[in-house]
Design a protein around this ligand. Structure first.
Ligand SMILES: [Zn+2]
Length: 414
């Protein structure tokens, strides 16, 4: 992409040539209204090409080259109109987009001067399946479409898990314009932890709380009168999660790993289990038919801790009597560098004030650390990524499947 100055120079050269041509042909140069009419014509041509691109016009060949040419023509006209009217288009565009962003997504922070724009090409969750918009355009359309970050739904056990475990990528994806949401399995909606959660979610740009309202395994007063998550009928909790998956319709679901993270909290483990079951069920119309229209997420990313990444955190948890359950590095197949989003992630963690004040909760442990150590711990998020449990994958070789077809046979079981 050329710089704005280079684009202005290129446009100025074309404008000078237009002036010369029009003086010769028309006996006058083009004025502002001529450029506005020219722009209108360019937009009309662009509209035809886009309609053809979408399959609505068989009479027009819509190559990426043709669309690009019209877009470029439109931009040229706009640049000249801006110059004629004394508008600093580069400055105006940046200002207007920032204002629109703030208005449309008031829960995220406006960008600070000098802070770079979040990159829509930062496909930080690879390997994962991109959203439909991110899938490459067919070759005949002239190359890949604009990549976009996938939409995310995190399903986690407690208020604060969203900030500690997946806060970086939630912030990153929300800032890129991707949809993000968080389901929290325990604590009542009118509890102090729910209020802290709402504040953290606002900081992360992840919408309002979506709470299932079960009791924490170790804190009965977290949801008076409700069963503990671990004791609730699995079918009921799976339906709860399916309902949120179908409402949010995410590309990727985030949840805990099978260990329930480092400490093996029973609520984390149960949330892991019910979430995998919910993902498997969500796309099937005859399962939980009253929980919304079927929706099949493409992948699940399970927050985890590889052996090589717990040098700082392991001993700290050991000091407060907590276990340290990490996984072989080969299981953590997705690593996200979220250092750019650390300020927001830390602000979200500290919104859980009751946890920061405690001695044993992780937010409190982290708050007492030197900043550089804390940044090391929180700056990378690790995941085990799987395609959704109900999605077909190539049949494994050599484990005694009796109906395996030889190459070339019809793909029907005997
Ligand atoms: Zn937790």
């Amino acid at each position: 992409m050329p710089t704005w100055d280079e684009m202005c120079a290129a446009a100025g050269e074309v404008r000078d040539l237009y002036d010369e041509t029009n003086r010769r042909k028309l006996g006058r140069t083009w004025g502002l209204s001529d450029f506005v009419l020219g722009f209108t014509g360019d937009v009309g041509d662009l509209a035809k090409l886009v309609m053809a691109h979408q399959g609505h016009r068989a009479d027009v060949a819509a190559s990426a080259g043709a669309i690009g040419h019209e877009l470029s023509d439109c931009l040229f006209s706009l640049m000249v109109i801006a110059q004629e009217t004394g508008v600093d288009l580069a400055d105006r565009f940046t200002t207007d987009m920032a204002a629109l962003t703030a208005r449309l997504r008031p829960s995220t922070y406006p960008r600070q001067p000098g802070e770079s724009a979040p990159g829509r090409t930062a496909a930080s969750l690879r390997p994962g399946l991109p959203s439909p918009a991110a899938r490459p355009a067919p070759a005949e359309q002239g190359g890949p479409a604009m990549p976009a970050l996938p939409s995310l739904l995190a399903v986690l056990a407690h208020p604060d898990d969203e900030s500690l475990l997946v806060g970086g990528i939630l912030a990153q994806h929300a800032a890129s314009g991707a949809r993000t949401a968080v389901v929290t399995a325990t604590w009542a909606e009118d509890s102090h932890r729910a209020a802290e959660l709402a504040e953290a979610l606002e900081i992360l740009g992840a919408g309002g709380p979506r709470m299932l309202g079960y009791a924490d395994a170790r804190v009965p007063q977290s949801a008076p009168g409700q069963p503990r998550l671990c004791d609730a009928p699995v079918d009921r909790v799976v339906e709860d999660v399916v309902r949120h998956i179908r409402a949010v319709r995410p590309d990727i679901v985030l949840t805990h790993d099978a260990y329930g993270q480092l400490t093996g909290h029973p609520d984390h483990r149960q949330t892991h289990r019910v979430t995998l079951l919910a993902i498997a069920a969500s796309g099937l119309e005859h399962l939980y038919p009253d929980a919304g229209e079927p929706w099949q997420p493409a992948a699940v990313h399970m927050a985890t801790h590889p052996h090589s990444a717990i040098a700082d955190l392991g001993p700290l948890l050991g000091q407060v009597g907590k276990s340290v359950l990490s996984v072989p590095d080969s299981l953590a197949n997705v690593t996200c560098d979220v250092r750019q989003w650390l300020d927001r992630k830390w602000a979200a963690i500290t919104a859980h004030r009751s946890q920061v004040e405690g001695e044993r909760p992780l937010p409190g442990i982290l708050a007492r650390l030197p900043e550089d150590v804390r940044h090391r711990i929180l700056g990378t998020e690790h995941y085990t990524s799987l395609t959704a449990p109900s999605q077909p994958s190539p049949a494994p070789e050599g484990i005694g499947l009796t109906n395996r077809q030889a190459p070339g046979c019809s793909p029907r079981c005997q």
